[in-house]
Design a protein around this ligand. Sequence first.
Ligand code: AMP
Ligand code: FE
Ligand code: FE
Ligand code: ZN
Length: 292
Amino acid sequence: MTPHPGPAARIDLHTHSTASDGTLTPAELVRAAADAGLDVLAITDHDTTAGWAPAVAALPPGLTLIRGAEISCRWYGTEPAVALHLLAYLFDPDHPELVAELARMRAGREVRGERIVELLRADGVEVSWPEILAGAAGGTVGRPHIAQALIRAGLVTTTVEAFGSAWLGERYRLPKEDLDVFRAVRLVRAAGGVPVLAHPRASRRGPIVPDGLIVELAAAGLAGLEADHEDHSPAERAHVRALAAELGLFVTGSSDFHGTHKTVRLGAFTTAVEVYERILAEAGGVTPVAST
Ligand code: AMP
Ligand code: FE
Ligand code: FE
Ligand code: ZN
C-alpha cells in the first residue's frame, strides 16, 4: 500500500546521513525526522544508496521514507565545466548502469580526497588521509570530512570557514569524477526514478548553470526544481518558481540537512503534498516505505 499523507503533511525531500556527509546515522536520521514532526522524509545521500536499508529498518511509526540520492553531476557545455547536484527519488537501486556510475563516482571521490590532502600536506598542513577516510566510516567521502580534519587540526573553527577560498572552496578545491548531467537525468528515468535539480541558483557554492540549460534538461526528462533551499535568496526562489511554471516542472522545498556539518534543521523548508503525489505518480523504481 502506498501511503498518502494528509493535506497538512510536512515533507522534507533532501537530507544526508553518515552514508555520505551527514553526521546522523540513517537510523538516527529517521528518528530525528519523526521527532521534528515530519510526515515524509527523503534520504538523499551523495552518490550512494547505502543508507536506505538501515533507514528502513529503523523507520518510526508515522513517518514515510522516500528512498533517494543526490547525484554529483557536471555540465560540460562551458569551460570549466559546472558542477551541479541531481536529486533522484524512488529509482531502482539495482539498475546496472546507475550502480556502476555511482560506484565510479565514489571511487573517484577517494582519489580526489587523497589528492586534496596531498596538496594540503605539501603546504605543511598536517592532515592525514587515513584518518579522514576513517572519519567517513565507509560512507561517501567528501570535502566536509576534510573540513573536519582542518577543524581538528585547529586551522579553522567551522565547516563554513573550511569552505572559504583559502581552503576547500578554492585554493585546495579539486574537481570530482562527476556524471554528465544529461546522462544522469536519462539514467535516473531509465531506473524508474524522478530527477529533480537541487539548489539550481546556489551561486555562493560556485558557478551556476544558465536557465537555458534547465530548459534543455526539462526536455531530456527533468521532473522538478528545488526552489526553497537555504542557499537561495527570496528572489532566487521566486525565479526558480517562475522558471518551473514556464517549463511545466514542479518545485520542491527541502532542508538539505547534514546534521552538525550545517546549521539548517530538519523541516526548515518543505514540499507541498501535491508535489509529493506527483513524484509518486511518476516513480516506477521502488515505492515509499511506511512502518506498519
Ligand atoms: P564535495 O561533495 O566533496 O564536493 O563537497 C560538497 C559538500 O560540502 C556539499 O554537499 C555540502 O555538504 C558541503 N558544503 C559545500 N559548501 C559548503 C559551505 N559553504 N559550507 C558548509 N558546507 C558546504
Ligand atoms: Fe553534502
Ligand atoms: Fe547538493
Ligand atoms: Zn544535499
